[in-house]
Design a protein around this ligand. Structure first.
Ligand code: ST9
Ligand code: ZN
Ligand code: ZN
Length: 328
């Protein structure tokens, strides 16, 4: 439930105090495994492997095409919806676009967008410390998916209380998704992707179900790579003193979200990269299209002069692609 106004006031004044405190980076901890998640993730992964086998050997071409469309839509529901719009307010969206994004986001089932935003705002405020839900200083597996298999660190719960979520709690589209999470997400992520191929082109239920799980699992790993690989392997053209990096391979898989050194320095830029709309950043192309028809507006960017000055001051001397030396 959303906090009432007096709680919000208390949170705001306390949060000023909290901001000043630095969270420990990777203090020794005892992991409390959540066996339910081990089981559901285990089942989803084994089913996805079987789905891959079925997709390669016996699926109809329409099912492959549908699989790809769903992969693109669910990915953009995370990148353009939960990430750039709702977490970072990097642009504004009119009601029809918010509804489309909420449905695309439900297709991805990465919890409700409300919970996703809370974790991601915390990730930016306390990046790579124990208050970051997927603290990458604990290594690849923990930041990739291990964090979803154990109880959250107490620092996450303590400091998370002070994250301002007032815009999200006031958003009717996200309130709707949270209130009807089980039917909306269940329908979008599992029921429709299974039933559409069965009813419209006579795919077998077995193939449709396992391919739906394959699409879901691939979409999860595409997202997880931003938390793991894009915090571990790459270059730092904008700020060499932070953990996140530019990783062009992750950008390719994650629809433009791998330019992560840039994103952590300028989280409000709707492009999440210095590059304009570009095939490596399909999310930006998507937002630009909706800006063109007037459903997306107030797109925020960063002036080139500011980027260059910061890069010269704190960057590691590599280029914006995260591929090598800067040539200027
Ligand atoms: C999934 C997660 O969906 C995916 C997130 C990915 C994030 C990626 C970011 C990447 C960057 C952008 C790039 C996008 C690229 C996309 C590319 C696409 C190709 N603040 O959580 P609980 C408190 S996994 C404040 O249960 P436990 C709060 O009181 C798939 N407070 O903690 C909460 O109660 P409530 C589907 C917080 O018990 C209470 O604690 N999902 C915060 O430690 C309990 O919360 C699953 O499988 C906070 N941040 O359990 C579920 N957090 O909510 C997975 C918690 O009522 N998760 N509190 O306010 C879980 O089962 C559990 O969260 C847990 C921890 C076991 C991991
Ligand atoms: Zn990050
Ligand atoms: Zn972000």
């Amino acid at each position: 439930m959303a906090p009432d106004v007096s709680t919000m006031e208390m949170i705001t004044s306390d949060s000023e105090q909290f901001e000043k405190l630095v969270a420990p980076q990777a203090a020794p901890r005892k992991f409390q495994i959540v066996y339910r998640n081990l089981f559901t993730f285990g089942y989803a992964h084994l089913s996805a492997l079987y789905g891959l086998y079925l997709a390669c050997t016996s699926a109809k071409w329409q099912s492959i095409f549908f699989f790809y469309i769903l992969f693109v839509l669910s990915s953009i529901g995370i990148t353009a919806g939960a990430h750039r719009l709702w977490t970072h307010k990097a642009y504004k969206a009119k009601m029809p676009l918010q509804i489309i994004l909420m449905l695309m986001n439900s297709l991805a089932f990465q919890n409700t967008a409300t919970d996703w935003v809370r974790d991601h705002r915390l990730h930016h405020r306390y990046s790579d410390t124990d208050a970051d839900p997927h603290n990458a200083t604990r290594g690849f597996f923990y930041s990739h998916m291990g964090w979803l298999l154990v109880r959250k660190h107490p620092e996450v719960k303590k400091r998370g209380k002070f994250i301002d979520m007032s815009d999200i709690y006031a958003n009717p589209v996200l309130r709707f998704q949270k209130k009807y999470a089980v039917p909306v997400i269940g329908l979008m992520c599992f029921a429709l992707p299974t039933l559409v191929p069965v009813y419209f082109w006579g795919e077998s239920l077995k193939i449709a179900w396992h391919m739906a799980l394959l699409r879901y699992v691939l979409n999860l790993h595409g997202t997880f790579l931003v938390n793991s690989a894009a915090h571990l392997w790459g270059t730092k053209p904008y700020d060499k003193n932070i953990v996140p990096v530019q990783n062009v391979s992750v950008s390719l898989i994650a629809f433009g979200e791998g330019f992560h050194n840039y994103h952590h320095v300028y989280p409000w830029d709707y492009r999440t990269a210095e590059l304009g709309n570009n095939w490596l950043n399909l999310t930006t192309i998507f937002i630009d299209f909706f800006a063109w028809i007037g459903w997306a507006y107030d797109l925020k960017t960063v002036p080139d002069s500011m980027i260059r000055a910061r890069s010269d001051r704190t960057g590691d001397g590599t280029d914006k692609w995260g591929m090598g030396e800067k040539h200027e």
